[in-house]
Design a binder for this molecule. Structure first.
Ligand code: NAD
Ligand code: DAU
Length: 363
C-alpha cells in the first residue's frame, strides 16, 4: 500500500488536508500523521477519521526534529510522499518567543529533507522528474514581505521576510529548494495566503473574533485595522496541494491565493454581520443588549506588522488548472456555522480539556 507521510496533521490545515485526501480524492493508500501535539495540535480534529479508516490512517506522536524517530518511520512505512505542514505558525507568538520557530520550522524541515534524501535517492531512477516520489513543503506568502497599495506576490518576487515566523519559513523554503537543486530530491513548494475554515485554532483573527463575539468579549483589531490580507478557504488550499501532488513538477514553486483581499477591519465587520444573521446578538445574553460590532476594540499594533499581502496565483491556475472556488461570503458563513455547531470542540480547546484527554491517550 502506498503511504503518504503528513507532518503537522493534527493542526488546522493538516487535519483538513488528511480529511480531504481520505474522503474526497480516491487516494487508495495509507496516511501517516506525524505530529508533536504542541498547543496547536489536536487529534480530536481527526477522531472520526481515525475510527473510520482504521487500517489506512495512523497517528504518530513525535517531533520532526528527531532524526531517530524519522528514520524509524521511514523504515517502517516507506512513504513515497511527504506533505510537510508541521510548523510553529502564529506570527504573534514568534514575536514573543522565536526559539521554537527556529527549531521546528528550520531544523525540523532540514531533518525531514535529510531523512527523505537518505531513504529515497538510492531508490528513485530519475529523481528530478519523479512523479512517484514527492516532498511537498507547505509555506506562506509572508516570505515575500509586505506590499504597497498595488502589486501582487509572484513566485519570482524576491524574499523579504520581516517577522521571526516568516524568516523561519523563508529559511525552510530555501533549504527545501536547495535539496532539489543540489541532490535532485523531488521537492515542490507552495506559498499560500491566509486560510480560514473549520478546526482553526482560536488564536488567529477569524476564529478568535467569532468565539470572542459569542462570549461578548472585545474583538481586538491591531493598529488602524487597515492592513490587508488575502483570504482562502481551507478546502480550496487542500485542493491546491492535491493538484500540485498530482500534476505539479518537481522543483517548482506555486503561489496559492484566494483572490480575496480584505482589510482586517472589514473582515471583523463581516464576521459580526454573519453572526447577526446566524446567532443574533439580541438573543445572546452574553451581549447584554450590545450588537456584535459594538465589541470591536482597536488595540496596540503588532510589532513590525506587514501592511498588505496579495497573491498572483496565475501559475497554478494556468499550469495546473486550479483556482479558488469558495467565495468569502460562503466560506465565512460555513465557518461561523461550524463553530456554532461544534460547541464541544470549542469548549475542549478553550478550557484545555483536550490537553488532559491528550495526556491520557497519547503520553
Ligand atoms: P497549526 O499551528 O494549526 O498546526 C501546526 C501543527 O504542527 C500542529 O498540529 C502542531 O502540533 C504541529 N507541530 C508543531 N511543531 C511540531 C514539531 N516539531 N514536530 C511535529 N509536529 C509539530 O498550523 P496551520 O495553520 O495548520 O499551518 C500549517 C502549515 O501551513 C504551516 O507550515 C504554516 O506555515 C503553513 N501556512 C499556514 C497558513 C494559515 O493561514 N494558517 C497559510 C499559509 C501557510
Ligand atoms: O499569510 C499567511 C499567514 O497567515 C500564515 O503563514 C500564518 O501561519 C497565519 O497565522 C496567518 O498569519 P497572519 O498573521 O496574517 O494571521 P492572523 O490571523 O494572526 O492575523 C490576521 C491579521 O489580523 C493580521 O494583519 C493581524 C490582525 N489581527 C490578528 C489578531 C490575532 C488583529 O487585528 N487582531 C487579532 O486579534
Amino acid at each position: 500500500m502506498k503511504t503518504m507521510l503528513v507532518t503537522g496533521g493534527a493542526g488546522f490545515i493538516g487535519s483538513n488536508f488528511i480529511r480531504y485526501v481520505l474522503e474526497k480524492t480516491g487516494f487508495p493508500g495509507r496516511v501517516v500523521n506525524l505530529d508533536k501535539l504542541t498547543y496547536a495540535g489536536n487529534p480530536e480534529n481527526l477522531e472520526d477519521i481515525r475510527r473510520k479508516y482504521k487500517s489506512r490512517y495512523a497517528f504518530v506522536k513525535g517531533d520532526i526534529c528527531d532524526f531517530r524517530l524519522l528514520n524509524g518511520l521511514f523504515k517502517k512505512y516507506s512513504p513515497e510522499t511527504v506533505v510537510h505542514f508541521a510548523a510553529e505558525s502564529h506570527v504573534d507568538r514568534s514575536i514573543f518567543g522565536p526559539k521554537d520557530f527556529i527549531e521546528t520550522n528550520i531544523h525540523g524541515t532540514f531533518a525531514l529533507l535529510e531523512t527523505a534524501r537518505s531513504f529515497w535517492l538510492s531508490r528513485i531512477p530519475d529523481p528530478r522528474s519523479s512523479i512517484s516520489y514527492r516532498f511537498h513543503h507547505v509555506s506562506t506568502d509572508e516570505v515575500y514581505g509586505s506590499l504597497g497599495k498595488t502589486g501582487k506576490f509572484k513566485e519570482t518576487t524576491p524574499y523579504d521576510p520581516r517577522s521571526p515566523y516568516s524568516a523561519s519559513k523563508a529559511s525552510s523554503d530555501h533549504i527545501a529548494r536547495a535539496y532539489h537543486h543540489t541532490y535532485g530530491l523531488p521537492v515542490t513548494i507552495s506559498n499560500c495566503s491566509n486560510n480560514y475554515g473549520p478546526y482553526h485554532f482560536p488564536e488567529k483573527l477569524i476564529p478568535l473574533a467569532i468565539l470572542n463575539a459569542l462570549e461578548g468579549k472585545p474583538l481586538p483589531v491591531y493598529g488602524d485595522g487597515l492592513q490587508v490580507r488575502d483570504w482562502l478557504y481551507v478546502g480550496d488550499h487542500c485542493a491546491a496541494i492535491w493538484r500540485i501532488l498530482r500534476k505539479g513538477r518537481a522543483g517548482e514553486t506555486y503561489n496559492v491565493g484566494g483572490n480575496c483581499e480584505k482589510t482586517n477591519i472589514s473582515v471583523v465587520k463581516e464576521i459580526c454581520r454573519a453572526l447577526e444573521r446566524l446567532a443574533p446578538s439580541a438573543a445572546n445574553p452574553a451581549l447584554k443588549g450590545r450588537s456584535y460590532e459594538d465589541l470591536i476594540t482597536f488595540v496596540k499594533d503588532r510589532a513590525g506588522h506587514d501592511r498588505r499581502y496579495a497573491i498572483d496565483f496565475g501559475k497554478i491556475k494556468r499550469g495546473l488548472g486550479w483556482s479558488p472556488s469558495v467565495t468569502f461570503a460562503r466560506g465565512l458563513a460555513e465557518t461561523v456555522r461550524w463553530y456554532l455547531g461544534n460547541a464541544a470542540w470549542v469548549g475542549n480547546v478553550k478550557t484545555g480539556a483536550y490537553r488532559s484527554w491528550l495526556k491520557k491517550n497519547y503520553d
